[in-house]
Design a protein around this ligand. Structure first.
Ligand code: ADP
Ligand code: MG
Length: 391
């Protein structure tokens, strides 16, 4: 039995931190993936007779009340889909909200307004954390996507509450990532892409410690190619990261880890509007995707892996012309029998867009949190709950 299952919640108010950061359109939920993912947690608590007080953030209101980022549409979605009343509090904390929480019946639901309407959420204001803690007798954190944030609702509120646990969604994410962090079956292949080297230094270093091979694509590949003295034309590069890229490549070589870089590209020349395959980007070509030769090599290495971690698309996959490399990698991943985890917002979107979401072992819902956990340094939100011996 997990600590979440063991919690005594009957008749208790459970303050439930969720990640309901959901895209809205005209004050309606436009994509319910994150709310749907949280439904089993909510249902479990209700069935066990808890009074469920839900809090979440939505968007980046920067400590201000931004009506377009109200959680009210999310509460309405929940009410409709659970076919039950969901009380919505137009404030996040305070006496009125506290009274609403106390008025709940067993199985009842209260959703409070966007945590980030309050400056104290991001600044981890102890007063705000205390006010939040007054909304529940028990605290459950099931918001994986924010575990790397030292916010009041993530690391502060638990200090004021005796009974607390991680929720099942977080447990699932951690179990999935632990299979790679704590002793992946070799060969372990890391696939790294996306826009910037600077975003991915930590995870690159982590993968280099654990993987047998790291395959690099996306715009970040050009900074690495430049570090090797290769021509990158007018592709996106980070000149201030060339030395770092050099260091990472040297480290890998010393440790005998294979780091593969693209040998061909889908690129656009100065006088062209259409994309062509080139091996040499010269001075003028802009690379937008890995080329077919690279994609084949990467697919072959993936097919021989027993463990795979993938973060970052291989090209500007949002455009059909430049989606080929990402698609090839996604298909190789789907076809392989390896234990495979995809982390990162755009990478997850790409694999879903290609209809291959069911063919990988695990797709993480939290980009930043998953990457930080892969780095092996734990997560503040986990430590906050572990500290008191709660798991
Ligand atoms: P994730 O969200 O999976 O961590 P990132 O946010 O790091 O991934 O990177 C995704 C972005 O990188 C996408 O918007 C994609 O268009 C962009 N990208 C990838 N390759 C290139 C490229 N060659 N040129 C420009 N942008 C690229
Ligand atoms: Mg992204």
């Amino acid at each position: 039995m997990s600590p979440f299952d063991k919690l005594q919640v009957r008749g208790q108010r459970v303050l439930l931190r969720l990640d309901l950061n959901t895209p809205l359109n005209k004050r309606k939920v436009a994509d319910a993936t994150r709310i749907e993912a949280a439904l089993p947690t909510i249902s479990s608590l209700r069935e066990r007779g808890a009074k469920v007080v839900i809090c979440s953030h939505l968007g980046r209101p920067k400590g201000q009340t931004v009506p377009a980022l109200s959680l009210e549409p999310v509460a309405a979605w929940l009410a409709e889909n659970l076919d039950t009343e969901v009380v919505f509090a137009h404030e996040t904390v305070g006496e009125d909200v506290e009274n609403l929480s106390k008025d709940l019946q067993a199985g009842g639901i209260l959703m409070v307004e966007n945590l980030r309407f309050n400056k104290g959420e991001k600044s981890r204001d102890p007063e705000f954390a205390k006010l939040l803690a007054r909304l529940g007798d028990v605290y459950v954190n099931d918001a994986f996507g924010v575990l790397h944030r030292e916010h009041a609702s993530v690391v502060g509120v638990g200090q004021h509450m005796q009974d607390k646990a991680l929720g099942p969604l977080i447990q699932r994410e951690i179990n999935a990532l632990d299979r790679l962090v704590k002793g992946a079956v070799k060969p372990f292949v890391g696939i790294l892409g996306g826009a910037k080297v600077s975003d991915k230094i930590g995870v690159m270093e982590a993968l280099m410690e654990r993987c047998d091979a790291v395959l690099i694509g996306g715009a970040m590949a050009y900074t690495f190619l430049l570090a090797q003295g290769k021509a990158t034309g007018k592709s996106l590069v980070e000149p201030d990261r060339i030395r770092l890229a050099q260091r990472l490549l040297n480290d890998a070589e010393k440790r005998g880890i294979k780091v593969l870089l693209p040998v061909d590209h889908i690129a656009v020349g100065p006088d062209q509007t259409t994309a062509t395959v080139v091996e040499d980007l010269g001075t003028e070509f802009v690379g937008y995707d890995i080329g077919p030769k690279t994609a084949n090599t990467y697919a072959e290495i993936i097919s021989r892996a027993n463990s795979i971690f993938w973060n970052g698309p291989m090209g500007m996959f949002e455009k059909e012309d430049y989606a080929g490399g990402t698609k090839a990698v996604a298909e190789a991943l789907a076809a392989s029998r390896a234990y495979s985890v995809v982390g990162g917002g755009d990478s997850a979107a790409a694999i879903h867009q290609m209809g291959l979401g069911d063919s990988v072992s695990h797709i993480s819902t939290g980009g930043g949190a998953a990457l930080q956990y892969m780095e092996g340094n734990g997560l503040p939100g986990l430590q906050a709950l572990k500290a008191k011996g709660n798991q």
